[in-house]
Design a protein around this ligand. Structure first.
Ligand code: GLN
Length: 488
C-alpha cells in the first residue's frame, strides 16, 4: 500500500473506516524514515517513542469519535518551530542542545488537532540560505537527484515529504524558503499573507518578513493545514484579529475561471529566468488559458531593487534578532572564555557558521550610524516601491504568476555559483515577502527529470483564491502526483 502517496483526506478516510490505525500509520512512516533518512538527511531529530505516544492518543480520540480531519495524521516540523518534545536546533551549533520549554503556536495548534509529529527537519542555519548547505547538521539531498540540493531553507521539510517519509511538513518563508524548496522537490508550498500565521515560538530570522506555512503534495492539503494554523494569537502582536473568509472548501471550477484574470510580468520574468525554463513558463500560461482564465501582460519593474532591498533588510533584522545568542542565557557557551567579553566573542565565534556571521556583519554595517541612510533606510524605501508596484497590479488582475526560482535544483557544492548568484536566484520569491503577500508554489513540469515549480501570487488575505487556482490546475494536471522512482 503506497500510503506515502496519500493525501490528508485519503488517510483520514482510512482512519475513519478503521482500515488503519494512527499507530500503524506512524510505524509505517517511521520505518520509511529509518530506511531513507541516512541517505537524504531530511531529519535532524526523531523520537520514535514520543511519536508513538501521540499516535496512541490520536487512536483513543478516533475510537471515542472525537476526530477531525487531522487526527492521527503525521507531520514533520521545520527545526525552527519550538517544540517541548524535540530538540530545536535551527540548523545551528548555537542551538544544538536547545530543548524549548514550550511549543510554538503552529506546533500547538496542530497537536491540538491530533496530528502526530514525527520529528524535526533539517534546514539552513537560522533559515539563511537557498540550498540547505549552511546547516550545521550537513546538507540534505534532493529526493529526485541525490547529487542536487533540495532548496532552502526549508529543504529538510521539502525532502521529507517528497521522499514519502511524512505526509506534510511545516516550513517558514522569509524570502522564499517554502516556495523554492517546494519547487525544487516537486511539491506544493504555501507562504501565507504576513501576519496570518503566528510567529510565536518560531525562531526569528527577519521578523518583518518571516512567515510560517506548509509544504504538501497538493493544494488541498495546504488548505487544510493553513485553515488550522492561521488566526490571531495574543502572543504575536503582528497577527491579524480580523475574521476573514477562508474555508478549506475549494470552489473555483472551469465555469467560473473566465471571471478571473491572471497577470504575467513578462519583462520581469524574461530578464531573470534561465533560458532552459522559459519554455515551461509559457506552457504554464497555455495551461491556464485552457482552463478559461483571462491572461494579461503587466509591468513589475523591480528587478534591480528587490534583491538588494531584501538582503539588506533581512540581514539588518537578523543582526538584531541574533544578538540574543551571547552564551549567557541559552545556546552554545564557550568553555574558553576568561571574562565576559571573551564569553560573548568566543560563544558567537564557535556557535555560528559562516553564512550567519556574514549576514550579522552586513546587517550591523547597514544599521550603523553614518551608513544607515544609504543602506537600511534606502532599502526600506525600495521595499515601499515594491509594495506599490504590486498594489497597482492587483487593482487590475486577480492573480500574478511567475516562476518559483530562476532555475531547477542546483548541484550540491556547485563551485560555479558565487554567493551573489545564489542570492539572485531568489529574485522571484523575495518581492512577495517584501510586500507581505500570499503565494503558492506548485509543480508544473519536469526539466531533465527535475521538478519545475511555478508561483501563484495573490493580494493580501487571498489564500483561498490562490489555493483554489492551484487546486483547479491540479485537478487538470498530473505533475503533483509524480514520485521519485528510486524511493517507491
Ligand atoms: N534564500 C533566502 C535567504 O537566504 C530566503 C530564506 C528564507 O526564506 N528563510 O535569506
Amino acid at each position: 500500500m503506497n500510503l506515502y502517496l496519500k493525501s490528508i483526506s485519503e488517510l483520514s478516510k482510512m482512519l475513519d473506516d478503521k482500515k488503519i490505525s494512527s499507530y500503524e500509520l506512524t510505524e509505517y512512516f517511521l520505518k520509511r524514515i529509518k530506511k531513507y533518512n541516512k541517505k537524504i538527511n531530511a531529519f535532524i531529530s526523531i523520537d520514535e517513542n514520543k511519536s508513538m505516544e501521540f499516535a496512541k492518543i490520536a487512536d483513543i480520540d478516533i475510537r471515542n469519535k472525537n476526530k477531525n480531519i487531522l487526527t492521527g495524521i503525521p507531520i514533520a516540523h521545520k527545526d525552527l518551530f519550538c517544540t517541548k518534545d524535540f530538540l530545536t536546533t535551527c540548523g545551528s551549533k548555537m542551538l544544538s542542545n536547545f530543548k524549548p520549554p514550550y511549543d510554538a503556536t503552529v506546533v500547538k495548534k496542530l497537536a491540538n488537532k491530533g496530528m502526530v509529529p514525527l520529528g524535526k527537519t533539517n534546514m539552513d542555519e537560522f533559515a539563511m540560505g537557498s540550498t540547505n548547505e549552511t546547516s550545521f547538521f550537513g546538507s540534505v539531498k534532493n529526493p529526485w537527484d541525490f547529487s542536487r540540493v533540495p532548496g532552502g531553507s526549508s529543504g529538510g521539510s521539502a525532502a521529507a515529504v517528497a521522499s514519502g517519509m511524512v505526509t506534510v511538513s511545516s516550513g517558514s518563508d522569509t524570502g522564499g524558503s517554502i516556495r523554492q524548496p517546494a519547487a525544487f522537490c516537486g511539491l506544493t508550498g504555501l507562504k501565507p499573507t504576513y501576519g496570518t500565521v503566528s510567529r510565536y515560538g518560531m525562531i526569528a530570522y527577519a521578523s518583518s518578513l518571516d512567515q510560517g506555512g506548509v509544504l504538501a503534495r497538493n493544494a488541498k492539503d495546504c488548505a487544510i493545514i493553513y485553515d488550522s494554523i492561521r488566526g490571531f494569537d495574543s502572543n504575536d502582536s503582528t497577527t491579524h484579529n480580523k475574521e476573514y473568509n477562508f474555508s478549506s472548501k475549494l470552489y473555483l471550477d472551469k465555469d467560473s475561471a473566465k471571471d478571473y484574470s491572471i497577470g504575467i510580468p513578462t519583462n520581469f520574468i524574461q530578464n531573470n529566468l534561465s533560458s532552459s525554463l522559459s519554455k515551461y513558463f509559457d506552457i504554464f500560461i497555455e495551461d491556464l488559458k485552457k482552463l478559461g482564465f483571462k491572461i494579461k501582460d503587466v509591468e513589475l519593474p523591480i528587478d534591480k531593487i528587490t534583491i538588494p532591498a531584501y538582503y539588506i533588510i533581512a540581514s539588518s533584522e537578523a543582526s538584531s534578532n541574533l544578538s540574543r545568542y551571547d552564551g549567557v542565557k541559552y545556546g552554545h557557551r564557550s568553555q574558553k572564555a576568561e571574562n565576559l567579553n571573551e564569553l560573548y566573542f568566543n560563544s558567537r565565534t564557535e556557535g555560528f557558521g559562516h553564512e550567519v556571521k556574514k549576514r550579522i556583519m552586513i546587517g550591523t554595517f547597514s544599521l550603523s550610524s553614518g551608513y544607515y541612510d544609504e543602506n537600511y533606510l534606502l532599502a526600506l524605501k525600495l521595499r515601499r516601491k515594491v509594495c506599490e508596484e504590486f498594489k497597482k497590479i492587483f487593482n487590475d488582475v486577480d492573480f500574478l504568476i511567475c516562476p518559483s526560482s530562476t532555475d531547477v535544483a542546483f548541484k550540491l557544492g556547485d563551485n560555479d555559483k558565487t554567493p551573489i548568484d545564489i542570492y539572485l536566484s531568489d529574485m522571484f520569491t523575495t518581492p512577495v515577502n517584501l510586500a507581505g503577500l500570499p503565494a503558492v508554489s506548485l509543480p508544473t513540469n519536469f526539466y531533465k527529470n527535475l521538478p519545475v515549480g511555478m508561483q501563484i501570487i495573490g493580494n493580501h488575505f487571498e489564500e483561498e483564491k490562490i489555493l483554489n487556482l492551484a487546486n483547479l490546475y491540479q485537478e487538470n494536471s498530473i505533475w503533483h502526483k509524480e514520485f521519485p522512482g528510486e524511493l517507491s
